[in-house]
Design a protein around this ligand. Structure first.
Ligand SMILES: Cc1ncc(COP(=O)(O)O)c(C=O)c1O
Length: 476
């Protein structure tokens, strides 16, 4: 049996042995987004089952899933209708693909439904299995589009610092986080990152949100001009940045950014992988923030994460380009074996039916007001530099000095410590770069559960503050 020798281990117990299952995990799996070295001491938190907004570990301890898994389990756990939809489809047709002109009912129906609910006119839908695949596909389609239009030099893609668009080689190049680039030899050439629209961190002294937004739009314009507008193909943005630390853009941001894209004929892609299907209280995040993209990436809550499915929503102009290239080349040479998998498609259809029938998104908008009130109240906590969010998403940035906004030294891993204290309180949250705790509960969370979530988080923050004070971490 392995020994957890690290005093920061999950139970805070210096010599607690890892369970048999935990030992097998440590000896078998490489975990994404994990410090693989310290993980050998702490071991995993093994989740066994889920019901409603709760998940349960192997010892039966319940946790509020404050992150809806990874921003995705909108309808919570144990939804029998989704289980039935999967089982029924699996019995009828467990697999079929869309290659070489073949098709099946669930993919056709889901494509139609997505076109019906799209926030802008959409011509066609291309199915993938993950957000990364959707964003990789977006870039390939934009390149294809500009080749079809006879402008092969218009290929650069602009994303933003702290954006998160996934981890495949192109998606990771779009992502604007150092941990996704460093020593992976990324980003690829031709992927540029505009400034991060985070007022708290990057506005100049005395600059209002609107003034900050104006400056960001001017900087984007200058970047495109410097690179050469005939070389810049697309701009991609999340409505609210998620994994970069839940960053809500300043007022008027998209209002000012969109004309810059239009002026330079830059294709605009909205990455709705987190915000799509109700996270901000509207079906799509771009509706909440008031902009009209050309193309849309969706995943996660499309199926409430009961099965993997993602898609690219394609406008008519781009579809015409695909036709042109298909005529020229003889084939549209792109596709994933499991893209539009019938079982995943059937589950997504059922999830979208439930969102409409049970008014899940309207209710999430109402619940969002309570959630934001509790979230913003955390701004009074001595450790919190900024508590921010929109709808049912929130970020809590921990700082060493509230007045100067000084962060803690990264090696203290204060965010990770707060996550561990929250876990002890029976609450799952995540810590991302810069000690930002992220919150994104299932959309079906009740009013009482929202209060419970924030009560637990407040206790975890108090314990983190005690620890920071004891260890004198705020001083250095
Ligand atoms: C906005 C956004 N885009 C893309 C992705 C990548 O999705 P996946 O992990 O399914 O590849 C994520 C994942 O969290 C995301 O938040």
């Amino acid at each position: 049996m392995a020994i957890r020798a690290n005093p920061n281990n999950r139970k805070g117990n210096l010599m607690a042995p890892l369970s048999n299952l935990a030992t097998r995990d440590v000896e078998t799996l490489v975990h994404p987004y994990t410090n693989l070295a310290s993980f050998r001491d702490t071991g995993p938190l093994i989740i066994e089952r889920g019901q409603g907004v709760y998940v349960y570990d192997t010892e039966g301890k319940p946790y509020i899933e404050g992150m809806a898994g990874l921003w995705c389990t909108a309808l919570g756990y144990g939804n029998e209708e989704l289980v039935e939809a999967a089982a029924t489809q699996m019995r009828k047709l467990s697999f079929a693909h869309l290659f070489t002109g073949k098709s099946h009912d669930p993919a056709i129906e889901l494509g139609e439904k997505l076109k019906e609910i799209a926030p802008v006119p959409i011509s066609k839908v291309f199915f993938c299995n993950s957000g990364s695949e959707a964003n990789d596909t977006q870039v390939k389609l934009v390149w294809y589009l500009n080749n079809a239009l006879g402008r092969p030099q218009k290929k650069k893609i602009i994303s933003r610092m702290k954006a998160y668009h996934g981890v495949t080689i192109v998606a990771a190049s779009l992502t604007g986080l150092p941990g996704n680039h460093r020593d992976f030899d990324l980003p690829l050439p031709g992927f540029l990152h505009a400034a991060c629209p985070h007022h708290y961190r990057f506005a100049q002294d005395g600059e209002s949100e609107e003034q900050f937004a104006t400056r960001l739009a001017e900087e984007l314009d200058a970047l495109i001009v410097k690179e050469g507008p005939d070389t810049v193909a697309a701009f991609i943005a999340e409505p609210v940045m998620g994994a970069g630390g839940v960053i809500v853009p300043p007022a008027t941001y998209f209002e000012k950014i969109m004309p810059v894209c239009a002026k330079h004929d830059v294709f605009m892609i909205t990455d709705e992988v987190i915000c799509g299907f109700g996270r901000l209280g509207t079906m799509f995040g771009c509706q909440k923030l008031g902009y009209r993209p050309h193309a849309i990436s969706i995943a996660k809550m499309m199926s409430s994460a009961y099965l993997p499915i993602a898609a690219v929503m394609i406008p008519e102009s781009m579809y015409q380009a695909l036709l042109t290239e298909s005529k020229k080349i003889g084939v549209f040479g792109h596709g994933f074996t499991y893209g539009g998998h019938p079982v995943s498609a059937a589950v997504a259809l059922k999830a979208i039916e439930i969102y409409a029938r049970d008014r899940i998104i309207e209710k999430a908008a109402e619940r969002g007001s309570q959630f934001q009130a509790r979230l913003k109240a955390l701004n009074a906590h001595p450790l919190v530099g900024e508590a921010r969010g929109l709808g049912l998403i929130g970020g809590v940035e921990l700082v060493a000095d509230k007045r100067t906004k000084r962060s803690f030294a990264a090696q203290y891993a204060v965010g990770a410590k707060a996550v561990a204290f929250a876990e002890a309180e029976g609450l799952i949250v995540r810590s991302v770069l810069g000690d930002v705790l992220t919150l994104s509960p299932p959309l079906v969370i009740s009013a009482a559960e929202v209060d419970d979530l924030f009560d637990r988080l407040a206790r975890a923050l108090d314990k983190t503050l005690d620890w920071v004070t004891r260890e004198r971490l705020a001083q250095s």
